[in-house]
Design a protein around this ligand. Sequence first.
Ligand SMILES: NC(=O)c1ccc[n+]([C@@H]2O[C@H](COP(=O)([O-])OP(=O)(O)OC[C@H]3O[C@@H](n4cnc5c(N)ncnc54)[C@H](OP(=O)(O)O)[C@@H]3O)[C@@H](O)[C@H]2O)c1
Length: 397
Amino acid sequence: MSVKIAVLGHGVVGSGVCELFYKNKKSIEKRAGEEMDIKYILDLRDFPDSPYKEKFTKNFDDILNDDEVTSVAECMGGVEPAFTFVKSCLEKGKSVSTSNKELVAEKGDILLRTAKEHNCNFFFEASVGGAIPIIRPLHKCLAANDIDKVAGILNGTTNFILTKMYNDNMPFDEALALAQSLGYAEKDPTADVEGHDACRKICIISSLVFGRHVYPKSVYTKGISDIQLCDVEAADVLGCSVKLIASVRRLENGKILPTVMPTLVPYENIMSGVSDVFNAVLVYGDGIDQAMFYGRGAGKLPTASAVLGDVIETVKRTSTESAQTWEPSSDDSFIASHEEYVSRWYFRVPDGKQPSDAGSYRHDDGVSFITDKPFSFAQAMDMAKEMNAFAFMPVMD
Ligand SMILES: NC(=O)c1ccc[n+]([C@@H]2O[C@H](COP(=O)([O-])OP(=O)(O)OC[C@H]3O[C@@H](n4cnc5c(N)ncnc54)[C@H](OP(=O)(O)O)[C@@H]3O)[C@@H](O)[C@H]2O)c1
């Protein structure tokens, strides 16, 4: 008898899961070591022209109460009702694979515990970096390392906008409108441009790497909506590109510091060349030194590829994957304040306020420079106030 799968949501990702599954069914089954089929697709809408039309249901209980269904792919998005649906599947011993970063960032600890209690799995490779394998490498291939820092470009929409500003001198609003017309940005682009999407992803990475749940509300998050074209141009003259960097590092005092900030990335850093909608994640460990993961961070088939990779794993595994887990956190005392973030800094200040003309770039909108020495965020804020700075951003190591 074949393993029966249910797919929750038939939007961009859910429809991609169905398409890729039936396209590659033979090789997927070979890799899973079992025959497999999609028995149900849950969605609110009707799909009368779909080749899978007999599989659709609007009633989640059809899936929950069918003991034949042992693996569920959640591709609806949002916290509710996804959380209730996923938790009740896990309570019935059905493993769940999801692309829903909001769900993992807000409720991952509860869902991982529920999976463990019912000897099944909650997998979420697709929730960070889309097609890029990063969750499983972090807790499997890199498990022998002491990982002390991860930094990434985790949002394709903002990277596309920044690339357009850089390559084509396009102002932010124009680049955002282009991203929307190409389908890269939502009608309401807030979650992308204000950094909330990247924040959810760095929460998931931080929780996995450092072992305690990091909630989005504990992460200092600044998006790219304030970035001026003159700063992108000045960064270029100073040998850097501007990227929205989500990162987490462990400090000497043992606390961790996750942040999302527009950051100048020097051209000698491989991350500076990651363009358009591509994502990249740099992992720093004592064994590997650095490893970079690069690829498409979103899209129908890239994301479906990651979801189906997890679905195959749920079919192969008969017990809970103990390495992919973290503890709940009742407070955020293990998270440092962003004011402790130390780096060199980029400033744009009124002419005359720069500490030195050497290494400064004078342009129509002020004078831009990068500090020689590193300072904490708190010190950088004081300096910005003193110089009446128009803009300041960290510079990546
Ligand atoms: N798109 C990407 O490239 C991408 C990449 C990585 C991760 N993700 C994540 O994957 C998830 C899905 O994204 P998406 O782009 O596929 O979204 P989407 O296109 O909006 O698809 C979601 C689907 O789920 C359905 N749905 C919502 N609530 C439901 C409910 N209560 N019962 C049944 N069906 C319901 C929606 O139906 P209606 O349309 O009728 O509401 C829609 O068809 C999100 O968490 C997203 O962040 C997406």
